[in-house]
Design a protein around this ligand. Structure first.
Ligand code: NAD
Ligand code: TYD
Length: 372
């Protein structure tokens, strides 16, 4: 698309969405960005602090299960581009409460597609160009064994958790709106993201917070499960390439080329925290409950706990298509990305304490005007 776009970012107050909003506002400052977010436990306006004051930005507190708020926002803002992040995103929660995943990830995605069809395809005042970009996951492809080739865009879907199944359903819906109604869509399926603003329930931020507060580091099963780790800014760059250079109707895998066993991640994290405390005496004052503050090894907190039900053993992404067609290449390796993440968590204790106890709402209302 050419000219300034009017971009609706669903789930823009979550981890990847907020990083994407900052990335996109910096790179395309004349684009209008409207965030639509229900502010579940995972969505925080504090994550959008860096863009709150921009004229081109607006926040709408609304749920994708509410067709009226979607339609109203699309009409009022003359939206021509949707980047769809909003989702229930944590596998462990999907095991305990699958229904919320079906609601938001399946019904919510369908609501967005129906609204997009109405405003972009069936309307007399449809914009000249439109794009619906759907953000999905490698978990739709199921699990891999040790010698299996990495997931490609041709790998058959075999989702194993309610989360993965709900994302697979949403991927199929997006595909069908392209095939049936001619909607301009792109989809990206990415590996495990990490970086600033990730809610401390996912492996890396949870382990960092627990290590700094002297709590156990719970490794599921024997810790041999493997994930491919993607620094969140590399993911944002990948989405940008897919949206601007990708073939309409196509799916692209975005990965980090960083396969790690969980136990190796946790051990690496422990030694990085020990090294950070050794290099900066102030950290022992700031985090007195951390083993590293008492001259002990952070690794002493590691404990092996019961495995996750249906725990996928390995995910790995083959990003050859995005590399060859779009020029995608991750910039961070795991060491550099992890160091950026750890430094951010050390410098933003106020953020993680506030999002974990829900008090970020007080923080944002002290700093910004009321929610739209
Ligand atoms: P997140 O859980 O941090 O954020 C989700 C956001 O969506 C939150 O701001 C939340 O308030 C919002 N939301 C949830 N339900 C909503 C609803 N019904 N209406 C409106 N807003 C709602 O998730 P994330 O980690 O940033 O993931 C973003 C997207 O990327 C998701 O679609 C996820 O499936 C996908 N993804 C994530 C990862 C990862 O490692 N985090 C990997 C692959 C794909
Ligand atoms: P997670 O961050 O939940 O992402 P996903 O399940 O989407 O891959 O988990 C990453 C890996 O870490 C996964 O194999 C489960 C494991 N894990 C633990 O061992 N302990 C934990 O406390 C968590 C949250 C995850």
């Amino acid at each position: 698309m050419t000219g300034a776009r009017k971009v609706l970012v669903t789930g823009g107050a979550g981890f990847i969405g907020a990083n994407f909003v900052r990335y996109w506002s910096d790179k395309y400052p004349s684009d209008r960005i409207v965030v639509l977010d229900a502010l579940t436990y995972a969505g925080n306006r504090a994550n959008l602090e860096s863009v709150e004051d921009r004229d081109t930005y607006r926040f709408v507190h609304g749920n994708i299960l509410d067709p009226a708020v979607i339609g109203d926002t699309m009409q009022r803002e003359a939206i021509d581009t949707i980047v769809h992040f909003a989702a229930e995103s944590h596998v462990d929660r999907s095991i305990h409460e699958p229904d919320a995943f079906i609601q938001t990830n399946v019904i919510g995605t369908n609501n967005l597609l129906m609204a997009a069809r109405k405003h972009w395809i069936d309307s007399d005042s449809a914009p000249a160009n439109h794009l619906f970009h759907h953000v999905s996951t490698d978990e739709v492809y199921g699990t891999l064994g040790p010698g299996d080739p990495a997931f490609t865009e041709q790998t058959l879907y075999a989702p194993n958790s309610p989360y993965a199944a709900s994302k697979a359903a949403s991927d199929h819906l997006v595909r069908s709106y392209h095939h049936t109604f001619g909607m301009q869509v792109t989809t990206s399926n990415c590996s495990n993201n990490y970086g600033p603003y990730q809610f401390p329930e996912k492996l890396i931020p949870l382990m960092i917070v627990n290590a700094l507060t002297g709590k156990a580091l719970p490794v599921y099963g024997d810790g041999s499960n493997i994930r491919d780790w993607l620094y969140v800014d590399d993911h944002c760059r990948g989405i940008d390439l897919v949206m601007n250079k990708g073939r309409v109707g196509a799916t692209y895998n975005i990965g980090g080329n960083n396969e790690w066993r969980n136990i190796d991640i946790v051990n690496q994290l422990c030694s990085s925290i020990d090294a950070a405390f050794a290099a900066n005496e102030q950290l022992a004052v700031q985090f007195p409950q951390a083993p590293a503050a008492k001259g002990q090894k952070t690794e002493s907190l590691v404990c092996f706990v019961a495995d996750r039900l249906g725990h996928d053993w390995r995910y790995a992404i083959d990003a050859t298509l995005a590399e060859s067609e779009l020029g995608y290449k991750p910039e961070e390796d795991f060491e550099s990305g992890f160091q950026l993440t750890l430094n951010w968590m050390l410098q933003n204790e106020g953020w993680w304490r506030a999002v974990m106890d829900g008090s970020y709402r007080d923080w944002i209302s002290r700093n910004y005007s009321a929610e739209s």
